[in-house]
Design a protein around this ligand. Sequence first.
Ligand SMILES: Cc1cc2nc3c(=O)[nH]c(=O)nc-3n(C[C@H](O)[C@H](O)[C@H](O)COP(=O)(O)OP(=O)(O)OC[C@H]3O[C@@H](n4cnc5c(N)ncnc54)[C@H](O)[C@@H]3O)c2cc1C
Length: 378
Amino acid sequence: MYQEYFNEDHRIFRESVRKFVEKEIKPHVDEWEEKEEFPLELYKKTADAGLLGLEYPEEYGGIPCDKFMVVAFIEEFIRHSGASGLYCGLYSHTIAMPPVRGLGTEEMKKNVLAPVLRGEKVASLGITEPNAGSDVASLRTRAVRDGDSYIVNGAKTFITSGCRANFVTTAVRTGGPGPKGVSLLLIDTSTPGFTVSKKIHKMGWHSSDTGELSFVDCRVPAANLIGKEGEGFKGIMINFQNERLSLSVQAHATAQLALEESIKYAKAREAFGTTLTGFQVIRHKLVDMATKVEIAKEYNYRVAARMEAGMDVMREVSMGKNFSCEVCDKVVYDAVQIHGGYGYAREYVVERLYRDSRILSIGGGTTEIMKEIISRTI
Ligand SMILES: Cc1cc2nc3c(=O)[nH]c(=O)nc-3n(C[C@H](O)[C@H](O)[C@H](O)COP(=O)(O)OP(=O)(O)OC[C@H]3O[C@@H](n4cnc5c(N)ncnc54)[C@H](O)[C@@H]3O)c2cc1C
């Protein structure tokens, strides 16, 4: 089959991801979604299957690979699990660890990155605060230098894997107002003064825990500073394009699954003496869904190809994220409509896809923030 972006290695890899997800995840995913958590052993199982450390250096237990392996991985994971929330929980290190990989010391890489990639420890990224979301530069969590330590006081909210994390890559204010006063500190959650103040119950992404964190006089070794003081924004920016591509792919993969489920359902469900596909209005709805998914997917592949070529894609990835998330919202809406009452029932995966879609245009930079970025380039 003609494939512009994927080769035989990607095809074989897809097959191994499918097998892993079908064996280790699919039979349990409904229960984990219901319980709002998945077992810690899953990190280890995923690492042992060679699927936790994609794109990280081998010396820390990672698996170096190209962008299309990551794209293929996300597509297969979502297609066979039907749970982007589980993906985000299990892979919270993909947003927490890039600053460590990029700016961290050798010690951090050995003592934190390596155990995280082995599935023994969990890592979170703590940037958002109750009063600072999109406006990251106004964050207030303060870290004051005291000898060989920083004393940290403040709060974080909406932190993925925050309730179970061993390490939080935390954005703190070490200097004056604005982005230049922000630094990144790696905080061990066993530090006295660190508490999970709340587990947040959400509309979707149920199996992924989302925590509100509190820091009261947390004494953190100065050696845990990631990069230099004032380099917090640099550290945060390292992964923006990857995170946004990941969310774009999650969106087109979620939409693709909703489309496939809708085609299956429309072929089987009967009404007025025909299957639903006997109605032109349903066929056209499916065609519109398929067209949107195809275009979103192709555009995301093109963005991935440019990233793979080392190009700056800040504008394209922002456009891709907005487009794919809008496509996903529309496709999951229509998928529920085609399923009728069954689309509103927990037993049908489109019900979950509908709820899970809503976060994609909020996390990793909202639609409006993406538009602000794009508007500066046109
Ligand atoms: C399930 C979930 C998981 C998350 N995981 C993490 C995580 O792991 N780590 C982490 O640090 N954060 C995480 N977040 C937080 C997420 O990144 C923020 O919710 C997001 O950045 C938006 O911030 P906010 O919620 O404070 O909304 P606000 O920034 O208050 O925005 C509210 C509304 O105002 C709009 N708005 C804001 N500024 C502008 C502007 N300049 N122009 C036009 N419109 C604007 C926004 O687009 C939005 O519609 C998570 C959130 C959720 C819900």
